[in-house]
Ligand binder design. Structure first.
Ligand SMILES: [Zn+2]
Length: 232
């Protein structure tokens, strides 16, 4: 059986060790011929882009956090438990499964950072520019040939090579320009309400250094020791 067709991933949820079940499949926004499978943990809601090996959790988290001199951190990330995430599903603009493998929920972030000896202090979903962009782009994804077209086209990640691809690329520009304003008129107020009830598209979570317990539970180690993996 091909790896893409299996019911679950070959590695556990990095946040809590639960099984990762196949959730959805999407076209790669950068290469529509390629199918991307996403798995999801039913315990913490973490979604992981499927591959033959586990995701590099530390590298992906490091890209999302800022660490203060006292060791506390602020994590800023797309919130899969947001209204835009619920509306978009596999076409949610915050997914970017071709660029990252981890797609966090607040619960998954709390669990992953607790493995680094950090405890959640405050989590917010502010009404932010990025949150509005994610809601608008999620609406646009319903109309364009490629998901997340605007961000990928502007960043130069899309390089149409054949005549057909160039034609579709131009069509996606036309659709994006035509639909953008009506989408924004709906999306911006919706995101404002979502942010106010804690379901905004971007989460900002503050974590403090956990006090050492008497048994020195974390043993001074910084990250999870994954020495037990690799049963294949
Ligand atoms: Zn999980």
């Amino acid at each position: 059986m091909k790896r893409d067709d299996e019911e679950h991933a070959r590695y556990p949820c990095p946040a809590d060790g639960s099984e990762l079940y196949g959730w959805t499949a999407a076209h790669d926004p950068l290469d529509r011929g390629r199918r991307i499978v996403l798995d999801r943990c039913e315990e913490c809601g973490l979604s992981v882009t499927r591959d033959g090996y586990p995701p590099d959790v530390d590298a992906e988290l490091d890209a999302l956090i800022e660490t203060a001199p006292d060791g506390s951190v602020v994590l800023t990330a797309p919130n899969r438990r947001s209204w835009s995430g619920g509306i978009g599903g596999a076409q949610w603009a915050g997914l970017e499964p071709e660029l990252h493998r981890l797609h966090l929920t607040p619960e998954a972030a709390r669990l992953l950072l607790s493995l680094r000896g950090l405890t959640a202090e405050e989590a917010r979903t502010p009404f932010s520019r990025e949150g509005r962009r994610l809601m608008i782009q999620t609406f646009l994804n319903a109309f364009t040939y490629r998901d997340n077209f605007l961000a990928n086209a502007r960043s130069g990640r899309l390089q149409p090579s054949t005549g057909r691809e160039r034609w579709l690329h131009r069509l996606d520009w036309v659709v994006t320009v035509l639909v953008y304003v009506p989408a924004a008129i709906l999306a911006v107020p919706l995101e404002a309400v979502a942010a106010s009830v804690g379901r905004g598209g971007v989460m900002v979570a503050e974590f403090g250094v956990a006090p050492r317990s008497r048994g020195d539970k974390y043993g001074g180690g910084a990250g999870p020791d994954q020495s037990e993996e690799g049963s294949e």
